[in-house]
Ligand binder design. Structure first.
Ligand code: NDP
Length: 293
C-alpha cells in the first residue's frame, strides 16, 4: 500500500499558489480576497473555518471572517451576502454549512454570486460542471482530483464506486469521475443508504470514494485487492488522547483496509487538507478572472 499523502501534496500546491498570489498582488495591486461567513459556534465548523482563514494567510491571500449568532435572521444573512456580492474587492465568498434550521441553505447558496462561489455549490457552477464548461468545482471533489493527478493514478476505464450522494461531495464527485477528462473516464456507480447489495458493489470497485459520515464503515471485506481508496469522511469523537480533546476518524477502517489496497488517503492528513487547496485554487482563479470575467 502507498499513501496518498494530503500533507505533502497540499504543501506543494500551496507553494505554487503563494507564488501566483504574489503575481496577482503585483499586477492587480491587491491580494486575492476570500470572505467566510460563519453562523453559530458548531465545533466542527469553527475548526474548518479557522483552518481556511489560516491557510489564506499562509499563501498571501486576504481573508475576512464574518460571524453571526445562531439567532441571525435569514433576511439579515441574505442582505449581507448581497453586500459582499457587490464588493469589487472580494473574489470569493463562502458560507460555512450547516446553517441553523430557520435558514434555508438553498436560498443562501443561490444568493451568492456564482462568480464568487468558490465552494462551487451554486446551481450555475454545478450545471456548468455537468457540461464540462469552465466553472468553480466543489472544493472537496476538486481536491481529490488534484490528489489523483499529483500521484498520476490511472482512472480511465476503471470502475469507481462513490458511497454517499450529497450535493457537496458524492454527487459532484460521481460526475467528475465519469467526465471525459484526466482524472476521469471512469465507469461510475453512485451509491447511498437505499442501495441494495452495497458490499458486493463496493467489492467490484477499482476506485472507492467514501463520503458517508460513519466511522470505519468501509471494512476490509468490502475492498478488492489493489483498489484505490479515497476516504472523505471526518468523524469527530471526544478523546483524552489529543490536545484538542477530539480525535478524527475516516469512513474507512484504515488499519485493515491499508493492507489490501494499492493507494489510500489517511484521516486526518488526506482529503481534508486537499479540500482547502481546492478552495484556495478557486479563489485564486476568481482573482485572476480565469473562469468568469
Ligand atoms: P451527508 O450526510 O450529506 O451525506 C452522507 C451520504 O452517505 C448520504 O448520501 C447517505 O445516503 C449516505 N449514507 C448514509 N448511510 C449510508 C449507508 N448505510 N450506506 C450507504 N450510504 C449511506 O454527508 P457529506 O457528503 O456532507 O459528508 C460525508 C462525510 O464527509 C462526513 O463525514 C463529512 O464530515 C465529511 N466531509 C469531509 C470533507 C473533507 O474535506 N474531508 C468535506 C465535506 C464532508 P442518503 O442520501 O440515502 O441519506
Amino acid at each position: 500500500m502507498q499513501l496518498l499523502d494530503g500533507k505533502y501534496v497540499s504543501e506543494k500546491l500551496k507553494q505554487e499558489i503563494t507564488a501566483e498570489a504574489a503575481a496577482v498582488l503585483a499586477t492587480r495591486g491587491r491580494q486575492p480576497h476570500l470572505v467566510a461567513i460563519l453562523v453559530g459556534n458548531d465545533g466542527g465548523s469553527e475548526t474548518y473555518v479557522a483552518s481556511k482563514m489560516k491557510n489564506c494567510q499562509k499563501v498571501g491571500f486576504k481573508s475576512t471572517l464574518i460571524r453571526y449568532d445562531n439567532s441571525v435572521s435569514e433576511e439579515e444573512l441574505l442582505n449581507k451576502i448581497e453586500e459582499i456580492n457587490q464588493d469589487t474587492e472580494v473574489d470569493g465568498l463562502i458560507v460555512q454549512l450547516p446553517l441553523p434550521k430557520h435558514i434555508d441553505p438553498e436560498k443562501v447558496t443561490e444568493k451568492i454570486d456564482y462568480r464568487k462561489d468558490v465552494d462551487g455549490f451554486h446551481p450555475i457552477n454545478l450545471g456548468r460542471m455537468m457540461r464540462n464548461l469552465p466553472c468553480f468545482i466543489p472544493a472537496t471533489p476538486y481536491g481529490i482530483l488534484l490528489m489523483l493527478k499529483e500521484y498520476k493514478i490511472e482512472t480511465s476505464g476503471l470502475h469507481c464506486v462513490v458511497i454517499g450522494r450529497s450535493n457537496i461531495v458524492g454527487s459532484p464527485m460521481s460526475i467528475l469521475m465519469a467526465r471525459d477528462a484526466k482524472p476521469g473516464n471512469c465507469t461510475v456507480t453512485l451509491t447511498h443508504s437505499k442501495t441494495r447489495n452495497l458490499n458486493e458493489i463496493v467489492r467490484s470497485a477499482d476506485i472507492i470514494i467514501a463520503a458517508i459520515g460513519k466511522k470505519n464503515f468501509i471494512t476490509v471485506d468490502m475492498v478488492k485487492e489493489g483498489a484505490v481508496v479515497i476516504d472523505v469522511g471526518i468523524n469527530r469523537e471526544v478523546s483524552t488522547e489529543t490536545k484538542s480533546g477530539y480525535k478524527l476518524y475516516g469512513d474507512v477502517d484504515f488499519k485493515n483496509v491499508a493492507q489490501k489496497c494499492s493507494w489510500i488517503t489517511p484521516v486526518p492528513g488526506g482529503v481534508g487538507l486537499m479540500t482547502i487547496v481546492g478552495l484556495l485554487k478557486n479563489t485564486l482563479a476568481s482573482a485572476k478572472k480565469e473562469i468568469y470575467s
